[in-house]
Design a protein. Structure first.
Length: 281
């Protein structure tokens, strides 16, 4: 099969989202060019890029990272390097390695802030900085996103940062001390009336049972109930503290999720591996 036919077939498979077979065909094109099998291979750099992308989409992350690396070594000045850096950053981001993803976005931005891909890389970098608990750094990065396609996104992002910083948190120490003073009070502070009632009722029942057992001359039962109550009382305190942390985490995650849904169609933030809703062409 002629080189151009192999490439066209690979493109068709990629368009059909048959990524594993598409990667195989791009690999054939690359092997033909590197093996000196004859014919013209004018789209070798693009083939190497698409080979890496389809591997990542197919879930072969390690091979994709190696393929992106080979593209950089073979064509360091190619136009495909910018796209590769963005995609490589997304592979790391999708795999949960945010520091490595940030490095790739920074490398792309350094090649040209004014380009669309450069602006997008800054946007993605700001998102990572925010997710790493650095809202100040995210704000500074957003100042460098100067492209008309992302002006609305920057505005929404800044709104989201404001909402995030305005989240009213519950103090875990207050929740703990309230529960220690009166079982159930800490849960009521967290807006959980059912848990508050159950904590108050269970602790009161056990404590009352222990006292009544001693009064009726059954000290063994009183001691047993007292030990159970001590454990339940301590558990109630830890429960209130844990729920306060959970409350704060969920409140912030809710802001992040709302913003992710608003931004993802245009910028791909918060997506999985290679799920950018961006037209590079």
């Amino acid at each position: 099969m002629a080189p151009e036919a192999i490439f066209a077939y690979a493109e068709r498979l990629e368009a059909e989202k048959d990524d594993s077979r598409a990667a195989t065909e791009y690999g054939r094109y690359i092997a033909g060019a590197e093996g000196g099998e004859g014919g013209e291979y004018p789209r070798l750099a693009e083939a190497m890029y698409r080979f890496a992308v389809t591997l990542a989409k197919a879930g072969e992350t390690d091979r994709a990272l190696l393929a992106f690396s080979r593209l950089g070594e073979r064509f360091p000045e190619s136009e495909w390097i910018d796209r590769a850096l963005l995609r490589l950053g997304e592979v790391y981001e999708g795999a949960g390695d945010l520091p490595e993803a940030a490095q790739r976005y920074q490398a792309l931005a350094a090649r040209g802030y004014a380009t669309r891909l450069g602006a997008l890389s800054q946007f993605r970098l700001a998102w990572i900085q925010w997710r790493q608990g650095e809202p100040g750094a995210a704000r500074e990065t957003l100042k460098r996103v100067d492209h008309p396609d992302f002006r609305e996104g920057v505005f929404r992002f800044r709104e989201g940062l404001g909402e995030y910083e305005e989240v009213v948190e519950k103090d875990p120490r207050v929740a703990g001390w309230l529960t220690a003073a009166l079982p159930g009070a800490g849960h009521l502070y967290l807006g959980r009336p059912r848990d508050a009632f159950f904590s108050f009722f269970a602790n009161g029942l056990l404590l009352g049972g222990a006292i009544q057992s001693f009064r009726e001359g059954v000290p063994t039962l009183g001691v047993a109930l007292g030990l159970i109550e001590a454990g339940w009382y301590t558990g109630s305190i830890f429960s209130a503290v844990s729920l306060a942390h959970r409350y704060n985490r969920e409140a912030k995650e809710a802001v992040i999720e709302r913003l992710r849904l608003r931004l993802r169609p245009a910028t791909g933030v918060g997506g999985g591996i290679l799920e950018l809703g961006v037209d590079f062409e």
